[in-house]
Design a protein. Structure first.
Length: 102
């Protein structure tokens, strides 16, 4: 019951606006921001929980492991997929050529 409520709120209210905003960017930019954002988020979380020294050491030892690379690439691809699917259904704004040629 609550899941349907949250789905309606986020999907219905924020979904079209976020999809239209994301459709302005190129897919490689969305991918890069998502992957770098994941690493920054992990670093901030580790810094908050255990301290900056531990977070730095953990990031340096785990950043090039297969699991870390696959996880961040997967999140980046998921963000690109969401942007692509969202751009399929968003209304397009008329271009300048359409305004000048009625």
């Amino acid at each position: 019951m609550i899941d349907g409520l949250w789905h309606g709120i986020f999907g219905g209210l924020f979904g079209p606006a976020i999809a239209q905003w994301l459709s302005r960017f190129k897919y490689w930019v969305i991918f890069l921001v998502a992957t770098v954002g994941m690493h920054i988020g992990f670093f901030i979380l580790g810094s908050y929980e255990k301290g900056v020294q531990f977070a730095t050491q953990a990031m340096l030892t785990n950043i090039f492991t297969v699991e870390s690379i696959l996880a961040t690439v997967g999140i980046g691809l998921l963000a690109v997929f969401v942007a692509f699917v969202g751009s399929l259904n968003t209304p397009k704004k008329p271009s300048e050529d359409d305004k000048n040629n009625p």
